[in-house]
Design a protein around this ligand. Structure first.
Ligand SMILES: Cc1cc2nc3c(=O)[nH]c(=O)nc-3n(C[C@H](O)[C@H](O)[C@H](O)COP(=O)(O)OP(=O)(O)OC[C@H]3O[C@@H](n4cnc5c(N)ncnc54)[C@H](O)[C@@H]3O)c2cc1C
Length: 510
């Protein structure tokens, strides 16, 4: 059922069993899981069904530290959320990503990959992915020419990826509108969260819109699903009862912001032609692999988890930095710049190679960022049009991040040489072991993680293993803000799996 909050009588009171704030990737995944139940679900969405610049402008903020994209354009503020812009690259996190690693400060989730497996399988349905299988051998039966490089499997393995084309706006708007028990309110921006006197339970959230209407929403359970940056902002900005914000008794909300570092960091020159269909994107790609370092070698060399993907050199050298391309405050214009650049690079590459795949490749890093309390979201004095303080994102990297990238290419280069396959040439910024600076064209994956991190202890994390905010019995966070560490793979498959796990938990609770 759909209601436009701009058209409701001012000061309406909306009541339900569960209130989900944000109808994006996480919020819709949970709402769909409740379709047809006897519970009344209130789904609050700040935007409408289409892009609206006034609403999008609520995301505007400042950045400091390592150069980052304009905050206004890294997320989409309407029904369907950022699935409207995502590239759909999916892979589950590796078991090691959840483990406590002595060499990675503040690592170790309170849940394991095994506990998430059933929800990963379910998330595949939500994201319209193929079967939940990520072992290369399972795919080789179907696609025999997926042939891996003959590298030592004790050092390098092949991490398989799948691709989703799910855009939640087009895919799920009708299902939500038709549902009797899910009540979607568009133009319903949550601006404040209020609880009982000792703040152990949330009672209501306040909703505002540009039409000047204010409403109250009451429910027995509340789930924040506004994206990692906005969830932290909302908690920090809900200061009417706690000066430091909600769930922030230990000054953790907004800290440990993590991204995936993405960068063209090296080149691979093969001695002779080798099959590369497994690694290189093509028009018929169903699955693809990236080269990854085994758990044992990560431990031995004390590095973060990361992968390497291959682009034909003729294409890779013609691609511009995403940090330079995604520079417009309007996300639609930034996306256009980005896709045009890929089209131009492809056209240039086609002129040189005439469509054939060469023996030379650019090697692109995708790596987790080490948890770092100084990488953080904070409130500014300035407020948005609905009266909520804007934010600053201070993106801060560590030496471990850079050393890990360098080591990955050193290991890969060594293995390529040992196997007699070719040579790896490190780009300038990695060559001097004492140089801890970052190149200007360092990219991030538009992946926001860690701002409401998960830990069983309230002094180390904002949410517990059920994504419940410590100390507040009915307030939950859905999304990648809950990640304790950021893993090497893109975050959305894991985010949907974690949201479905939370949904299951809530079903048991209500
Ligand atoms: C260009 C690009 C490419 C990407 N490619 C990939 C990829 O290949 N693979 C991958 O895994 N990930 C990718 N991502 C990241 C992916 O899009 C995000 O991980 C995912 O969409 C985040 O889901 P979410 O539900 O947390 O946030 P969103 O999907 O952004 O949803 C948040 C929702 O909350 C609403 N909202 C916000 N604030 C409020 C409020 N105060 N009140 C009410 N509603 C509110 C918003 O309107 C929105 O609908 C990409 C992102 C971008 C930008």
């Amino acid at each position: 059922m759909h209601h436009d909050a701009r058209k409701l009588e001012n000061n309406s009171v909306i009541e339900g069993d569960i209130c989900i704030v944000g109808a994006g990737t996480a919020g819709i995944s949970i709402a769909l899981d409740w379709l047809g139940t006897n519970k009344k679900v209130i789904l609050l969405e700040g935007g409408g069904f289409e892009y609206d610049n006034d609403v999008q402008d609520l995301y505007a903020g400042t950045t400091s530290g390592q150069k980052y994209y304009p905050l206004k354009s890294t997320r989409l503020h309407y029904f369907g959320g950022t699935t409207g812009h995502w590239a759909g690259m999916c892979a589950p996190y590796d078991p090691i990503d959840f483990q406590k690693r002595d060499w990675v400060p503040s690592s170790g989730w309170p849940i394991t990959r095994e506990q998430l497996d059933p929800y990963y399988a379910k998330a595949h349905d939500t994201l319209k992915l193929g079967p939940y299988q990520y072992e290369l051998k399972d795919w080789q039966d179907e696609i025999p020419d997926l042939i891996p490089f003959p590298l030592d499997e004790k050092v390098v393995w092949n991490k398989v990826w799948q691709f989703s084309e799910a855009r939640f706006n087009a895919l799920y708007a009708e299902d939500v509108k038709k549902a009797n028990n899910v009540h979607l309110y568009t133009y319903a921006n949550v601006t404040d969260i209020r609880g009982n006197e000792d703040l152990t339970q949330i009672q209501e959230v306040e909703v505002h819109n540009h039409a000047g209407k204010t409403h109250m929403v009451r429910a027995s359970q509340f789930v924040l699903a506004c994206g990692a940056i906005q969830n932290a902002r909302l908690l920090l900005a809900s200061r009417s009862q706690a000066t430091q914000g909600l769930g922030n008794d230990h000054d953790l909300v907004g800290r440990y912001f993590m991204e995936h570092l993405e960068h063209a960091s090296a080149e691979l020159w093969l001695f002779k032609h080798n099959p590369t269909k497994l690694y290189v994107w093509g028009s018929d790609t169903v699955v693809r692999a990236e080269l990854a370092i085994t758990d044992a070698l990560q431990k031995e060399t004390q590095i973060l988890n990361g992968t390497v993907s291959l682009f034909p050199l003729t294409l890779g050298r013609n691609l511009n930095s995403e940090m330079d391309l995604w520079n417009n405050e309007d996300p639609r214009k930034s996306a256009e710049n980005f896709w045009n650049d890929i089209a131009n690079a492809r056209a240039e590459a086609a002129k040189i190679t005439e469509g054939s795949i060469s023996r030379a490749f650019t090697l692109h890093t995708r790596i987790e960022q080490a948890p770092n309390p100084n990488s953080r979201v904070t409130l500014l004095q300035e407020k948005d049009a609905l009266g909520v303080p804007k934010i600053n994102l201070h993106w801060n990297l560590t030496d471990l991040d850079k050393r890990s990238i360098r080591t990955i290419y050193q290991l890969l280069g060594h293995q390529m040489g040992l196997a007699g396959l070719g040579r790896v040439r490190l780009n300038e910024f990695l060559r001097d072991e004492n140089d801890n600076t970052w190149p200007k064209d360092l990219n991030a994956g538009w992946h926001h993680m860690g701002t409401t991190r998960m830990n069983d202890s309230p002094t180390e994390g904002v949410v517990d293993s059920n994504c419940q905010i410590h100390g507040i019995s009915n307030l939950y966070v859905a999304g990648s803000g809950c990640y304790t560490t950021s893993g090497a793979a893109n975050p959305t498959l894991t985010l949907v799996a974690l949201s479905l796990r939370l949904s299951d938990y809530l079903k048991g609770k209500i």
